[in-house]
Each structure stands twice: as C-alpha cells, then as structure tokens.
Write a protein that binds this ligand. Structure first.
Ligand SMILES: C[S@@+](CC[C@H](N)C(=O)[O-])C[C@H]1O[C@@H](n2cnc3c(N)ncnc32)[C@H](O)[C@@H]1O
Length: 238
C-alpha cells in the first residue's frame, strides 16, 4: 500500500515537474507529427492486430515518460554526452536526448514482417534516429561499430536477460566496459514483475553491487545504476 502511494506521488511529481513538461513540449515541436500520424495509419491498415507497439504512438505519454528519464539522469543539465540506448524501440529516449544536444545511438532487434516492412524501423527512420540492428544474447558480443566510448549506456523496460545466469550478465557488463568512458555510467531499468521482489536474482544483484551499482524502485521499475564504468567487470576477469 505504501509502495502504491509512493509510486502515485512520484508519478504526480514527475508529471507536473516543469523541467519534464518543458522538455516534452520542446521535443514534440521538433517532431513531424502529421508524418508520424500518416505512418501510423499506414501500418494500422496493414496490421493483423494493431495493438502492442502501437501504444508508442501516444506522444503525450511517451515524450513525457522519456523526458522524465532524461531529467532523472540529469541530462537536461549536462554538457553533450554520447549515449547508447539498448532496446531503443521507437527511439523516444534518443529523440528527447537529441533535443538536449546529446548524441545517441539506439540498438534494437529488427524483425520485418512478411511484406518486408518493420514498424520500428519506419518510425525510427522518420524520427532520424541512428539505430544499430542487433539482438542482445548471452555470450554474443555487441556489434563492433558500437565501440564508443560512450558516456552513458541505458536500457529501459529491459526484455533481454530475463533468464540469464550471473555469468551471462557478467559477460554483457564486461563487453560494455571498454565501450564506456572510464567515468561513464550504466543505467538499467527492469520491469517490476507483479508479486516478485526483483526482476533478477540475488547473485545478479551481487554482481551489480560489486560494480558499485545503486538500486531503486520507481513507478513499476527496478533501477540499477552503475555510476562508474571503470568498476564493471573486465573481460579477463579482473
Ligand atoms: C518494452 S520495449 C521498450 C522500448 C523502449 N526502451 C522504451 O522504454 O520505450 C523493449 C524493446 O527491447 C527490444 N528488445 C527485446 N529483446 C531484445 C534483445 N534481445 N536485444 C535487443 N533489443 C531487444 C524490443 O524490440 C523493444 O524495442
């Protein structure tokens, strides 16, 4: 009950924060909304079930959500940063960060339909976001072109890694370490499954903690924040 009240309060505070509202409004001005609506209609007409990712066309919700993420990370008060967003989806976080002067590259799975079209690709291209096509898998290195160095690596509403062992996670962290500047940050937000304390086990939590991570719960997400990439595990186990 207390958690629900705290979440409702955080949601309310975030929704009325002038920094968040201003940033969401400013980003919206930079978007070609009629072109986005036309794209939505085109895909809706082709879709077997126009649900799922179609929710991401709700600009009011997703621009505000991503403006809130950027503000929580202090990106509206930071000098230009190089950012990698894993599982970038429609690219809303990248668009908000670009509006703030940051350089962002997304990474996401690309799964074209039988007609060759892919909703995410069409949206991200319309928004002019750079995205690398790749499926994150245990034991598979990220693409070489993502050499960095990045100042920040983010992943919001994480879908990969649900069944990963601590060794699998160590592999991803070690892969990310040389792609991040030594003072770079890693920010992961996991959906908080109902009735489950955390989206990862104690051993994975201990691994994050050994890298100096802080943990927080925020309106339905479990957040893991590593403030200094130099503390991530190295590929050679050091
Ligand atoms: C729930 S959506 C979240 C999108 C975006 N991060 C946001 O918060 O709005 C999850 C995203 O992760 C991507 N994704 C799922 N599995 C992935 C994987 N193994 N590697 C890379 N991206 C993945 C999906 O394609 C989708 O864009």
């Amino acid at each position: 009950m207390l958690r629900l009240i705290r979440h409702a309060r955080e949601r309310f505070v975030a929704s009325v924060s002038p920094r968040v509202r201003r940033l969401a409004a400013r980003t919206r001005m930079a978007i070609d909304v009629p072109a986005l609506e036309a794209l939505q209609e085109r895909h809706r007409a082709m879709a077997v079930r126009p649900v799922g990712p179609f929710k991401y066309f709700d600009l009011a919700t997703y621009l505000r959500m991503n403006a809130r993420r950027a503000v929580r990370l202090g990106l509206d008060r930071a000098t230009p940063r190089r950012i990698l967003d894993l599982g970038s989806g429609f690219g809303w976080f990248a668009v908000v960060c670009r509006e703030l002067g940051h350089e962002v590259v997304g990474l996401d799975v690309v799964t074209p339909g039988s007609d060759g079209s892919d909703l995410y690709t069409d949206v991200i291209e319309l928004l002019g976001v750079r995205r690398v096509a790749h499926r994150i898998e245990a034991g598979v290195a990220l693409p070489e072109e993502l050499a960095g160095p990045f100042d920040l690596v983010t992943a919001f509403q994480i879908v990969f890694g649900k069944t990963w062992s601590v060794g699998d996670w160590r592999g991803l962290l070690a892969d990310l370490r040389p792609r991040l500047a030594p003072s770079g940050r890693l920010h992961l937000e996991f959906n908080a499954p109902k009735g489950q304390a955390r989206a990862f086990g104690d051993d994975v939590a201990a691994l994050f903690a050994s890298a100096g991570a802080s943990f927080a719960d925020y309106v339905g997400w479990h957040i893991v924040h590593v403030p200094e990439a130099a503390k991530l595990p190295a590929a050679d186990g050091r």
